[in-house]
Write a protein that binds this ligand. Structure first.
Ligand SMILES: [Zn+2]
Length: 282
């Protein structure tokens, strides 16, 4: 299976992570920043089913809680620098909240310098990791990225089989269900694959592993991979990759570490071989 890792989306990524809090979020009054017509345009332009399918309900409907979820998604590399967030209308529906509350949440993110709101265009991520991730993303090839994943993920899935909570497994299941949506686009698959593998990283309960995998996802989200996605993802390859995803989830749920490692080995090896073929022009 060609892993989504290979593919980098310029577009909307939507899995939100509700499990952390952010003490840095500022308090800010609501302020209308975009016009109704701009919202309508954005809503029409976006692929609603892809964009919203994977959004879990927040623990709270407060603006601060929504801002925290969005912030975490940005930190996790679900949304990358320069990427447009879903429209207010879409976020409000997905989060069972009001547009006013969503607008306040976006304002909080703007005050935190995580996004920039442009009237008539939408809300764009402006977060750049301070660790030089972007520089690394610029110079890391898809093949080099897979090499790192091959080094990291087998032990990562082993740890996940040991430490995943039931809630972790449910989150992995949610991401898997999104990946298995009929007719999923290459873009959505790319996004949801990052979410799926990050959920496994989170299930290790190892803060450094979680952080390392976020860095990997930042590299995966780099725009240079956008073209690669169309070369390696099609209905057949997505189906193959999803067989691995399902098998990996089953192994995690069964706490079968050896099986989980075997699945991730073949998952990444398939990605490596497919990338090598693309690079070689075959
Ligand atoms: Zn995958």
């Amino acid at each position: 299976m060609l892993d989504l890792a290979l593919v980098w989306s310029d577009h909307v990524l939507c899995q939100l992570w509700p499990n952390r809090t952010n003490s840095r979020v500022a308090k800010s009054p609501a302020k209308m920043m975009s016009s109704e017509s701009a919202e309508q345009t954005m809503a029409q332009a976006a692929d609603q089913s892809d964009t919203l399918r994977n959004l879990p309900l927040p623990n709270s409907k407060s603006a601060a809680a929504i801002a925290t979820q969005l912030r975490q998604a940005i930190m996790d590399g679900v949304y990358v620098d320069g990427e447009r967030l879903p429209a207010e209308r879409q976020l409000a529906v997905a989060l069972s909240s009001s547009r006013t509350t969503v607008r306040v949440a976006l304002r909080i993110l703007e005050d935190s310098k995580l996004v920039n709101r442009r009237v008539g265009s939408g809300t764009f991520v402006t977060f750049r990791p301070e660790t030089g991730d972007d520089d690394v993303a610029e110079v890391t090839s898809p093949l080099e990225l897979v090499e790192v994943r091959i080094a990291v993920e087998p032990h990562m899935v082993r740890l996940a089989t040991l430490h995943a909570t039931l809630r972790d497994l449910d989150r992995i299941d949610e991401a898997l269900n999104a990946l298995e949506a009929p007719g999923i686009s290459a873009e959505a698959f790319t996004r949801d694959d990052r979410t799926f593998h990050q959920a496994i990283a989170d299930a290790t309960r190892n803060p450094l592993m979680i952080s390392v995998y976020r860095q990997i996802n930042h590299v995966r989200g780099h725009r240079q991979w956008n073209a690669m996605k169309d070369k390696v993802l099609n209905e057949a390859s997505i189906a193959d990759y999803n067989k691995d995803h399902r098998a990996l989830y089953d192994a995690l749920r069964a706490r079968d570490a050896d099986q989980a490692v075997a699945v991730i080995d073949r998952h990444l090896d398939a990605a490596r071989r497919q990338l090598s073929a693309v690079r070689g022009g075959t």
